[in-house]
Design a protein around this ligand. Structure first.
Ligand code: IMP
Ligand code: MG
Length: 203
């Protein structure tokens, strides 16, 4: 497609896996009504597709967080910019993430949510860069175990760009993309560059 990006997961790969996850979640929460919590903004594309693949009554709620500045990367400590609209005490909470990298942000977030005494709390992530994990996490539902590459598309951004690509690409040279942030815009503008079904290795 371009020398800067290679397709990791096609639209078909993602949609198929999302439907499977929806069925797994439907089975796991049978008889209950989970609250799906999404962290803005990367997780919303996945959440929007996932809830339509779950055959249960459910609610959605959103949080927005920001890192505390220099050093916060190493601890995961974040500031809550927008909290959930509703109390989750006694609820079955499913945190829906786009990607887990070191796990530091999510483990800090889980400690905030656990303090509110939900009946249960589980994690569903589309992508898991499990080789990068620093904070131990129990991830109940995983879409794909993702290689240690910088990825964009399907909600994942680089400087707020590329969230609207319906597929996910791995960036081969992150330095080049940060020097030229719009370098992959051709992928967004030109749907003919979209990978055809079955062209990407699945994982
Ligand atoms: P963690 O605390 O290291 O797990 O950070 C996870 C967060 O970093 C995700 O929610 C994303 O916002 C961001 N992130 C990690 N890897 C990538 C990537 O490859 N592409 C885009 N964002 C990423
Ligand atoms: Mg995120």
């Amino acid at each position: 497609m371009t020398d800067l990006a290679t397709v990791l997961y096609t639209e078909e790969d993602i949609q198929r896996r999302v439907r499977e996850l929806g069925r797994e979640i439907t089975e796991a929460y049978r008889g209950r009504s989970p609250v799906l919590v999404s962290v803005l903004k990367g997780g919303v594309v996945f959440l929007a597709d996932l809830i339509r693949a779950i055959d249960l009554p459910l609610r959605v709620d959103f949080m927005s967080i920001s890192r505390y500045g220099p050093g916060s990367h190493a601890t995961g400590v974040v500031r809550v910019l927008k909290d959930l609209d509703h109390d989750i005490g006694g609820d079955d909470v499913l945190v829906v993430e786009d990607i887990i990298d070191t796990g530091l942000t999510l483990s800090y977030l889980l400690s905030i949510l656990e303090a509110r005494e939900p009946a249960s709390i589980q994690v569903c992530t589309l992508l898991d860069k499990s080789v990068r994990r620093i904070a131990p996490l129990d991830v109940r539902f995983t879409g794909f175990d993702c290689p240690d590459r910088f990825v964009v598309g399907y909600g994942l951004d680089s400087g707020e760009r590329y969230r609207n690509l319906p597929y996910i690409v791995a960036v081969s040279d992150q330095g080049r993309l940060s020097r030229d942030p719009g370098a992959l815009e051709e992928l967004v503008r030109n749907p003919e560059l979209r990978p055809a079904a079955g062209t990407a290795p699945t994982g």
